[in-house]
Design a protein around this ligand. Sequence first.
Ligand code: UFG
Length: 336
Amino acid sequence: MKKIIVTGGAGFIGSHTVVELVQAGYEPVIIDDFSNSDVRVMDGLKAILGFQPTVYKTDCTNKQELTDIFTKEQPEAVIHFAAFKSVNESVEQPLKYYRNNLVSLITLLEVMQDFVVKKLVFSSSCTVYGQPDENPVTENSAMKKTASPYGYTKQVGEQIISDHQSVNPLLACAILRYFNPIGAHPTGLIGELPFGVPNNLVPYITQTAIGLRPQLTVFGDNYQTPDGTCIRDFIHVVDLAKAHVSALAWMDKNEGSCEAFNIGQGRGDSVMDTIKAFVRVTAEQLNYVVGPRRPGDVEQVWADVTKATTELGWKTELTLDDALRDAWLWERNLKG
Ligand code: UFG
């Protein structure tokens, strides 16, 4: 069975990808420092899979520990999720973000080179496009200035991979540019576990609906969009996880290729659309107010997913409604 190193495998997208990998016949090996993930995720994985995947509590900037893991596991490929991801925190603590996100990537690439591991899937983000001139964005759309050090670590991360790959032509890389992942596993056993007050819309919605937060603030309703609120491309985390399995299969057939792929649903929904959909699918009340714009927010961005559809043979199967229903099931399960 092919072993796949999954850095950040206890995180939100990582844990869902671990499930999909097992279901596709791979053997995931998780590396996670648990600095921004919860050990309860491992219980959820065990409940879904019937066994606990191998997990190492390791920081990916630690080359010796990575080397020891690669020596023991001899992986076939790496999926690199491990990174800090808070836009706000990255503005306040840029060095923390540059050190962690870039040093871990560089260290991992060095260790992969030492062990001749020739396949890498990298977690990038639609944040690399900044505020695009036109939607939907394709992989050839310009990379604009991003609003945060976090976004810049993704732009630079892509550049590091591309430069490294150009002198290591046997290395295959799939750079997946995620749009807005939401939802949870349909079993309600794993999902997003934000530490403290959530930054992202859907965890804020579910925490408000369940009574953990008094109200949701909609950040601005005076944008140049049909209802005045920002537009995003929300994608169910299970669909997103499956894109990683498709990327591994693509790399089997495309030795030495390095390509970026948009991974979204291929449609835009506004913040207000999302709130209304949540209320409709859950029949819950949601207390919200409209507040000022959040600094750094992109007005609207959604994906053209033609490249992922045609080249990876992947497409989404779940809807915004499915994602909101699953996120709500997860929130209720967390409450117990
Ligand atoms: N929003 C609110 N109220 C909230 C939270 C969010 O109105 O309490 C709005 C935001 O203003 C934005 C939309 O909901 O218009 C989506 O916000 P999120 O924070 O959920 O997501 P972002 O699009 O800001 O950020 C996401 C990822 C980042 C990534 C970015 C790329 O979280 O990691 O997409 O665009 F960099």
